[in-house]
Design a protein around this ligand. Structure first.
Ligand code: GRF
Length: 200
């Protein structure tokens, strides 16, 4: 399966997917990286790996639909089958989401459905949680609400701060995303009637 990754910044999840896809038996190949910011550090990493990388800055467009059209054109030009959002900090319109329903994944730094939105590590500490983690899910119109594909949990340690949590969560995000993309690209996880259906 041909996979495009959308980023806004450093792209460490993108890098993990690029590395995993180098394995000959990995069921996906990364065919493009698109950033909504020209200075996204991940663009250079993609290029260094010989992957077409496009900066399509949202601020260059008068409206969200126009920006999303430009992104769609790049996705179709690379014959994309699956879109992976990885630190892509834009709200995607319902039209764009439905065009890619069941074929667009996102990673969120919490154990959804808990702690949607931003500042999840602060939310976890505020709630006094003793576990935390990350979730990869199919993207649906609601933010951070799509059917779950993979999750990894970590413990919250005494003295943890938002930064120490973010660092430990990030380190398990990478393997969580690699597993989720493999399941979807191989057809072992599909989105059906708003749910994830697993089959062997
Ligand atoms: C990660 O924490 C991810 O959960 C969230 O934004 C961050 C992206 O990091 N969506 P990176 O750009 O993949 O390093």
């Amino acid at each position: 399966k041909r996979v495009a990754i959308l980023i806004s910044g450093r792209g460490s999840n993108m890098s993990a997917l690029i590395e995993a896809a180098k394995a000959p038996d990995y069921p996906a190949e990364i065919v493009a990286v698109i950033a909504n910011k020209a200075d996204a550090a991940g663009l250079d990493v993609a290029r260094a790996n010989g992957i077409p990388a496009f900066a399509i800055p949202h601020r260059d467009f008068a409206s969200k639909p126009e920006h999303e059209n430009a992104v769609s054109q790049a996705l179709h030009a690379e014959k994309t089958d699956i879109v992976c959002l990885a630190g892509y900090m834009r709200i995607i319109s319902p039209e764009f989401v439905s065009a890619w329903e069941g074929k667009m994944l996102n990673i969120h730094p919490s154990l959804l459905p808990l702690f949607k939105g931003l500042h999840t590590h602060e939310q976890v500490l505020e709630a006094g949680m003793r576990v935390h983690g990350c979730t990869v899910h199919f993207v649906t119109a609601g933010m951070d609400e799509g059917p779950i594909i993979t999750q990894t949990a970590i413990s919250v340690n005494i003295g943890d701060t938002p930064d120490t949590l973010a660092e430990r969560v990030l380190s398990v995000e990478h393997e969580t995303y690699v597993r989720a993309l493999a399941l979807v690209a191989s057809g072992k996880a599909v989105m059906k009637n708003g749910r994830t259906v697993f089959r062997d």
